[in-house]
Write a protein that binds this ligand. Structure first.
Ligand SMILES: [Zn+2]
Ligand SMILES: [Zn+2]
Length: 280
């Protein structure tokens, strides 16, 4: 099954995300379970949780098809004690929200080390994932690869591997590969998406790709920048995305569009679904 769909809004009611996803013909989707730019958000209400679950069921969305994205303030690699403390408590809260909603993966950014040694940032990031996962079963963290601007870690497979190696809860940690971030980080997905994915699977393991973010890029290879474009409209072009859905090892994981033009979402989904059906 190809689980594909956009990152949709939860405005007005969490369960409206299901309707929004459905309206584009999605078979999967992403949401923020709270305001992504605030440290604190109100608790999820019982009614909100139940209605979300009901609508998911009614529309036939499996939890495997959903990839919630954590808030932007969390910095697991931070050296500053106040940020560390706030990040950990928010990360725990976000994992608990996933559990309450019946979802089992949370996508997070690995963070920025700010100062000192890069490897220390990687170790801090791994430690925070462990601390957040402690006593939380039934939920996993997908660490998203980055374009690597400034002191942001996680822009190479070496660093993703190092995060995993430094963590204890390895069975609850995997990755999301974002194609625009790969391109920004210097992985030429336009030229060799298959080779790059094969390399990931060989090094990180077959079961470590928890999801993908399918985004074209407005900025060039190795720019270290992260500016998404609509599928086929950017510098990556349509072909690598068709190639991705032809593969057998990206089935049954959420493939999320974080593309800027929602008027193109239905078309993007249909194009990739058609190619999947044609080749499977
Ligand atoms: Zn992200
Ligand atoms: Zn992304």
């Amino acid at each position: 099954m190809l689980f594909i769909g956009p990152h949709v809004s939860t405005e007005s009611h969490l369960a409206l995300s299901v309707d929004r996803a459905k309206s584009y013909g999605a078979t999967g989707f992403a949401i923020f379970t709270k305001n992504q730019r605030q440290w604190k958000s109100p608790k999820l209400k019982e009614e909100e949780i139940e209605y979300f679950k009901t609508r998911m069921k009614e529309e036939g969305f499996d939890k495997k098809s959903i990839l919630p994205h954590s808030g932007y303030l969390i910095n697991p690699a931070s050296p500053e004690s106040e940020i560390k403390e706030k990040s950990l408590s928010l990360l725990k809260d976000e994992l608990d929200r996933c559990l309450l909603l019946g979802l089992d993966i949370l996508n997070i950014h690995p963070g920025a080390y700010k100062e000192g040694d890069r490897i220390d940032g990687i170790k801090r990031s791994a430690k925070m994932l462990d601390d957040a996962l402690e006593e939380r079963e039934g939920v996993r963290i997908a660490v998203e690869n980055t374009a690597g601007a400034g002191t942001i870690i996680g822009n190479t497979f070496d660093e993703l591997e190092a995060i995993l190696e430094n963590a204890k809860h390895k069975d609850q940690i995997g990755f999301t590969l974002d194609t625009a971030h790969l391109y920004g980080a210097g992985y030429d997905v336009k030229d060799d998406i298959d080779g790059i994915l094969d390399d990931f699977f060989r090094r990180l393991g077959k079961d470590k790709l928890y999801g993908m973010h399918l985004n074209d890029s407005k900025v060039p290879l190795s720019s270290k920048k992260d500016r998404h474009d609509s599928i086929g409209a950017g510098l990556i072009g349509l072909d690598p995305f068709l190639q991705i859905v032809r593969r057998n090892d990206i089935e049954n994981i959420p493939l999320i569009l974080e593309t800027p033009d929602e008027n193109r979402w239905a078309y993007e989904i249909r194009t990739l679904q058609d190619e999947y059906r044609r080749t499977h």
